[in-house]
Design a protein around this ligand. Sequence first.
Ligand code: AMP
Length: 296
Amino acid sequence: MTEPHPPEVIGSIAELRERIARARASAVAAGRSGRVALVPTMGALHEGHLSLVARAAELADIVVVSIFVNPLQFGDPTDLDLYPRTLDADVDKLAATGVELVFAPTAREMYPNGATGTTVTAGPVGSLFEGASRPGHFDGVLTVVDKLIQISGADVAVFGQKDAQQVFLVQSMVADLNTPVQIDVVPTVREASGLALSSRNARLSEVEREGALAISAALTAASAHTGSAAGALAAARAVIEAQPLVKLDYLVVVHPDTFLPVDDDYRGPARMLVAALVGGTRLIDNTALDIDPDLT
Ligand code: AMP
């Protein structure tokens, strides 16, 4: 990493490639690795994103943060319109981090012909959970992530555990397509209250924000009942059902290797996933569980 200074904001794919090539060459000439880390984001940056950036800086010499609200992953045009866009504030936040390059393309730069003719398909897990509520979402996510990896030539790309299904599908994509990039995953950053940081939290009223605490509280309750998946689910559901402002979309315990729901008699590592509507805002969260009947 070079000394902290405001990042250069680049909108063109050709220019980004050229700047990364130069940054790599000068890093190597200075005896550094010249490794490139990519942090894909949709902007409205918060401490969760900044923890990805900090991790990227540990893993590579040159950090590229992309800020692109990807229309391909939004089924609902209102959701796309409502998504916060705060590029100047985002660049200010990145100025203190030592990020060298911000890639902030327009939709036309990324998709010059409108939707791409060729897209990445997420496979069966892409239509479960988030994919069931948001059809086509993960095809859009994987298509843009693949494009960003190809454009940047990154050695490593950093993602947040907050979006557990996204992490699973990105890892599956790079394995299935033999993409030469390492995927690094950073733990979910939370408020002291437990609420997972999300750009969508800005849409919550004060009373909704209070209600939203039931989501992380449900996961904490599940962590105390890991004798069986059913017990963990019941504990989590009870917390959410006690909060009238929170409408559960899905609550499930999945196997970490397949991302499919575990059987009743399953024991071993698992992940609980939750999605819920708080007012009009859809929030997701997840936690690791170790299902072990001896623990009840
Ligand atoms: P987004 O801009 O919301 O698409 O998120 C960009 C990246 O930041 C994704 O890899 C997210 O998983 C990650 N991220 C978002 N919120 C958090 C959080 N609270 N903790 C850690 N990573 C996060």
